[in-house]
Design a protein around this ligand. Structure first.
Ligand code: G6P
Ligand code: MG
Length: 212
């Protein structure tokens, strides 16, 4: 297949923010006296902030009011953004950077398709401010992955047909979202085991074999 565009998930694909999400959610879980571990944290990949809180609250009896949920989600985000300030251009691997540059040199359009509302902030930290041709993120969607909205919007922003776009994802929710968007997908990391992606990547530079 000849693709004209690649839509990259951000967290877990372009860079790694897992540890910061974990630390920030762990502080909230501790405050609420709810057990939280790396296994639960893995379930939060690709899932929106509020849906992540709902997953954490599964361990707690009863229901929490919307106002309280908003309070804890905002508190988590404040802590998370503090931690993100530790990120620098060193958090963009040379392998990812050179792959992006090579794909662009081959004439491909490059976009971000992320559920995060902090996508632009993170891109700024790692030196990719203004690099992508389009950014579709948590600020322009109503439904997060596995809903296809974030990828459909990315294709729209690029002015591309869905079939011409390849999605790169580390979360099963993202692979399912790509499928629902009628886009092929390349799985990396944890998403590989779901077996639903069009391609499996060992590393991002494997894309150079797929997008020739
Ligand atoms: C990405 C991450 C998720 C996170 C979501 C929302 O998809 O993989 O773990 O919950 O973004 O992030 P935000 O920065 O908006 O809280
Ligand atoms: Mg991800």
């Amino acid at each position: 297949m000849n693709y004209a565009a690649v839509i990259f998930d951000l967290d877990g694909v372009i860079c790694h923010t897992d540890q910061y999400h974990y630390q920030a959610w762990k502080a909230i879980a501790d405050e609420l006296d709810i057990s939280f571990n790396k296994k639960i944290n893995n379930r939060l990949r690709g899932v929106s902030r509020m849906e992540s809180l709902d997953i954490i609250l599964e361990k707690q009896e009863g229901t929490m009011s919307t106002a309280k949920k908003e309070h804890y989600a905002a508190k988590k985000n404040k802590r998370y953004k503090e931690l993100l300030k530790e990120m620098t251009t060193a958090d963009l691997s040379s392998e990812v950077k050179s792959s992006l540059l090579e794909l662009r040199a081959r004439g491909m359009k490059l976009a971000i398709g992320s559920s995060s509302k902090n996508a632009r902030f993170i891109l700024g930290r790692i030196g990719l401010d203004g690099f992508f041709d389009a950014i579709s993120d948590g600020n322009n969607i109503e439904h997060s992955k596995p809903d296809p909205e974030v990828f459909l919007k990315a294709a729209l922003f690029l002015g591309m047909e869905e079939e011409a776009c390849l999605v790169v994802e580390d979360a099963e929710a993202g692979i399912r979202a790509a499928k629902a968007a009628n886009m092929d997908s390349a799985a990396i990391g944890d998403a590989v085991i779901c077996g639903q992606a069009t391609y499996k990547l060992d590393r991002i530079s494997d894309l150079l074999e797929i997008c020739k």
